[in-house]
Design a protein around this ligand. Structure first.
Ligand code: ADP
Ligand code: RBF
Ligand code: MG
Length: 354
């Protein structure tokens, strides 16, 4: 494995992996932010959708997050009250938390190599169970799970990781910890720290997803406003498949049965620059076509992830960034594992014949 956990560290062999959950494997931050925003608005305060607040909240225990929001937004309630209110809203939302790109692939990879995996999360045990219930194959991937309410001190204290190492019967120094929280990373502990990025080119391989449908009319601005045509797919028919994946910019292969197979780079989401009211799936096929192909059946195998959707201060910057995404996709799709999918029959077999 290129960039294997062991190769990132010094000479000690890494033979166990301990993972964080929220923000590392699943995107719960987006859900929590939605709830915090609602409550803050209810108190007549304006929610700041900036990355600074998010970074401050990352990896903290729920009560600590509530306390910092009460202070920052000068809310007329206690941290306990805010936490109760947040939890009552969020309890029903865990099913909407999506796996982060690459997470399922990482777990599969570690299991295939028989590397024991521990989960160490500041969340209470009950919430961890709810979150894992919606991710097929995840629960059985973890040999041990340590929850925030099962230790005296939550992160950034190393206690939770040391407990996981103990239950795994592993020496802390041979455990690779994968964690997104900056406060944990700052607080050096006996457990070694590192992160797992197996980039291929400038993209992250993911478990491939297969999708298709007739090319439909979009907002009519891809070619006109951006000079970048995107073959929109109907999102309603993609339903649950689409809701499993985080919004962002992906790459993969596109097939049109009467034409051929092409590299593609694709945006999935709400297009923050245009403030869309609907989520779109918009692949840009990296090929010059003499005409359009509305109504034709388009097949996609999405194999990698490039970045989250972003907003831009000008149209020029958005266009520049999309061209950079296209260059990343073109180069990465020549490399394994991405290149191996271009011969997949799914791309060219018409629906009826499958
Ligand atoms: P819309 O808003 O209707 O999607 P666009 O301006 O985004 O319009 O143009 C997309 C259409 O252009 C596609 O539906 C397809 O028929 C055609 N097209 C031509 N070349 C390409 C390409 N390289 N990638 C995607 N679509 C293309
Ligand atoms: N729109 C955004 O608002 N933010 C983005 O970060 C963004 N990235 C894109 C990346 C790619 C590769 C493509 C093809 C489109 C992207 N768009 C983005 C979507 C663009 O806004 C959309 O295609 C147009 O709105 C045309 O419908
Ligand atoms: Mg389009």
């Amino acid at each position: 494995m290129a960039g294997s956990p062991a190769s990132n560290c010094s000479n000690t062999l890494v033979d166990h992996v301990i993972l964080d959950l929220d923000g590392t494997l699943i995107d719960t931050e987006t859900l929590l932010d939605e709830v915090y925003a609602k409550i803050v608005w209810k108190y007549g305060k304006k929610w700041e959708w900036d990355g600074i607040g998010l970074i401050k909240r990352l990896g903290k225990r729920p009560l600590e997050v509530a306390a910092s929001l009460v202070e920052d937004y000068e809310l007329p309630c206690t941290a306990d009250e805010l936490l109760d209110e947040t939890l009552s809203h969020v309890e029903t939302m865990w099913s909407r938390a999506k796996a982060l790109p690459g997470a399922t692939r990482l777990l599969k990879h570690l299991r295939a190599h028989k590397i024991p995996i521990g989960l160490a999360s500041n969340s209470p045990a009950k919430n961890i169970r709810s979150k894992l219930a919606y991710q097929p194959g995840w629960l059985e991937s973890f040999k041990v799970i340590v929850a925030g309410d099962e230790v005296k001190e939550g992160k950034p204290s190393p206690e939770i990781y040391l407990e996981a190492a103990k239950l795994l019967k592993a020496r802390p120094s041979s455990c690779l910890v994968i964690e997104d929280s900056p406060s944990v990373k700052q607080d050096r502990c006996q457990c070694r720290e590192s992160s797992w990025h197996e980039g291929v080119g400038k993209a992250l391989p993911i478990e491939p997803w297969y999708l298709g449908g007739p090319v439909i009319k979009g907002f009519g601005r891809g070619s006109k406003v951006l000079g970048i045509p995107t073959a929109n797919l109907p999102t309603a028919a993609l339903g649950s498949q689409l809701s499993q994946h985080v919004c962002g910019i992906y790459l993969g292969w596109a097939g049109l049965s009467n034409r051929g197979v092409y590299k593609m780079v694709m945006s999935v989401g709400w297009n923050p620059f245009f403030d869309n009211a609907a989520k779109t799936v918009e692949p840009w096929l990296l090929h010059d076509f003499p005409d359009d192909f509305y109504g034709e059946e388009l097949r996609l195998i999405v194999v990698g992830y490039i970045r989250p959707e972003a907003n831009f201060s000008s149209l020029e910057l958005l266009i520049e960034r999309i061209h950079e995404d296209a260059e990343i996709a073109k180069a990465a799709l020549d490399l394994l594992p991405f290149s191996s999918y271009q011969d997949d029959k799914f791309l060219t077999t018409p629906l009826a014949k499958q």
